[in-house]
Design a protein around this ligand. Structure first.
Ligand code: C2E
Ligand code: MG
Ligand code: MG
Length: 502
């Protein structure tokens, strides 16, 4: 029986779980909500069947004959994973409270919860909008338990129309849930721990943008869970270890000890599948915390004056990679490397000279390198613009990163000696859903063509996004559809096997 309960499994969301080995901090990076409309992976062969059968699948919802509790296929491992977070029965924490408040607001719903699904119970870490709810309910009363078991976003528009849910104490009694949307919280072991869910007291649907926001917030909940696990495994208060790690002496030592490594993400010609460039994205392989993404340490690098030292390291490693690829059998045209450069680096005396020196030391030319700058750069003044001119003068590509998110005016941007505009993921991920985003993309492509600039589209997660972008005339793309950022060895393997074609 098909009724009003949909399991909308998120292609990108689940794929991220499966890709943990590729990008070890995947829980921090769980992907964009836009994949919400793209289907559909469950488990095993059923997953494959459902994937091949199209978009927006609704799974027959359980009826009376299936009254028992659904269990995740790896339930025992799931429970072990859940316990490792040491979160059950802990006190409220503001991060989770904020997530529920924002989730309710984003979905225009009266109530939201973060809950963990334990062996026999659903335990609430944070509840917004429901007074007097017990701290846990029996698992047989839990809708979230099904979202966890199926590792899918679960949407129930009318709980009373589904016998399984109509029987739940949360539906039949207080608080009287009539509509539900829950996103599984998939942790570092690629196993679902609980959900972030919103509920309503009336029947209703949830728009795709509401579900997208819910998924995005679920990602931030997962980030907090991961930090908690790391700290609690070391007997620390949540957040404490990371704070200590960002101490300037520790950061400097980490640079010197080679704990910062580049991962690489291909930039692909979406027509031919050829890898045109590899973007270096720095990660900190912390001996205790594991792999930490840049958002967690770059601000501290800037604050402590270590950004230049780190940046030079990233550049040197990327150029070594460019040299190394030339001697790998099976790679035809070695791609160029792209390196992100902050305003601090650009503004530091002699930046372009240092780049020229690093290139010539390796017998590379400017054409082997592209640097990526952000929209804050035009606001930094003439000295920075002069550095960029110098780099262009020796043939280094200059890409404007995250285009579409900053405050720079078109005039300021056009002042810069650019070769490429990188369209930000926020625009790219919206092209399949929003005519406005598509219009911005199309007009940027036209503008770029007139100015003889390349356009590269960031954050492509689905083939539907790629197809819209290709049809709009875009050529270069980057994103999880092609490959996540992966370490040096995996990058080489991916190039040799030609696996980044999307
Ligand atoms: P960015 O240069 O815009 O890099 C793209 C970011 O998007 C990367 O995050 C990448 O992992 C992520 N990404 C790529 N494809 C997808 C996708 O399909 N979906 C989603 N949801 N995300 C995707 P990451 O590695 O965490 O880097 C974040 C930012 O940190 C970078 O943004 C860049 O501004 C900065 N950064 C990274 N490495 C360096 C560095 O060596 N130096 C400087 N100055 N900044 C760096
Ligand atoms: Mg970049
Ligand atoms: Mg970017």
């Amino acid at each position: 029986m098909d009724c009003m309960a949909d399991f909308t499994s998120l292609e990108g969301y689940h794929a991220r779980g499966a890709s943990l080995a590729g990008e070890e901090f995947a829980p921090f990076a769980l992907g964009s909500a836009t994949s919400a409309r793209f289907v559909s992976v469950g488990h095993g062969s059923e997953a494959r069947d459902r994937r091949s059968s199209g978009i927006g699948l609704s799974r027959p919802c359980p009826d009376d004959r299936e009254a028992g509790i659904w269990l995740h296929p790896r339930e025992d491992e799931r429970l072990v994973s859940l316990l490792s977070y040491k979160i059950l029965d802990t006190a409220p924490e503001s991060a989770y409270d904020s997530a529920t408040r924002l989730a309710a607001r984003a979905c225009n719903a009266p109530a939201a919860m973060v809950s963990l699904v334990d062996r026999d119970r659903q335990w609430f870490k944070a509840v917004h909008g429901i007074q007097g709810l017990a701290s846990e309910v029996d698992r047989s009363d839990s809708l979230c338990s099904d979202a966890v078991a199926c590792e899918s976003v679960l949407v129930v528009e009318d709980t009373l129309s589904v016998p399984r849910y109509a029987r739940s104490a949360l539906v039949a009694g207080a608080p009287g849930i009539r509509a539900y949307a829950g996103v599984p919280l998939i942790g570092r072991d690629a196993l679902p721990l609980g959900t972030l869910c919103v509920v309503d007291w009336r029947t209703r649907s949830f728009s795709s943008s509401e579900l997208e926001d819910l998924v995005a917030l679920a990602h931030s909940v997962v980030t907090h869970l991961e930090l908690r696990r790391v700290d609690s495994s070391l007997g620390r208060d949540s957040g404490g270890l990371l704070r200590d790690a960002l101490d300037s002496i520790r950061l400097r030592t980490a640079i010197e000890m080679g704990e910062f490594v580049n991962h690489y993400q291909p930039i692909v010609d979406m027509g031919s599948g050829e890898v045109i460039a590899l973007e270096a994205l720095v990660r900190w392989r912390h001996p205790e915390l594991g792999v930490i993404p840049p958002a967690f340490f770059l601000p501290a690098m800037e604050r402590t004056g270590l950004m230049n030292a780190l940046g030079l390291r990233v550049l040197a490693d990327a150029l070594d990679m460019a040299v190394g690829l030339r001697s790998v059998p099976g790679i035809g045209n070695a791609p160029k490397v792209a390196v992100n450069v902050s305003g601090t680096q650009l503004g530091s005396y002699g930046f372009s000279a240092a780049v020229a020196e690093e290139l010539s030391r390796r017998h590379l030319t400017g054409g082997d390198l592209c640097i990526e700058v952000t929209e804050s750069v035009p606001l930094l003044g003439n000295a920075v613009a002069a550095e960029l001119e110098e780099l262009r003068g020796i043939g280094v590509g200059v890409a404007l990163d995250d285009y579409g998110t900053g405050n720079a005016t078109a005039g300021q941007i056009l002042e810069l000696p650019l070769t490429t505009i990188k369209l930000d993921r926020s625009l790219v991920s919206a092209v399949t859903a929003s005519e406005r985003s598509k219009a911005i993309v199309v007009s940027t492509l036209r503008l770029a063509e007139q100015l003889d600039l390349e356009v590269s589209c960031e954050g492509i997660e689905t083939s539907a996004q790629r197809d819209v972008l290709l049809a709009a005339g875009a050529r270069l793309g980057q994103g999880w559809l092609f490959s996540m950022p992966v370490d040096r060895e995996r990058t080489v393997g991916l190039l040799v096997r030609g696996e980044a074609c999307g």
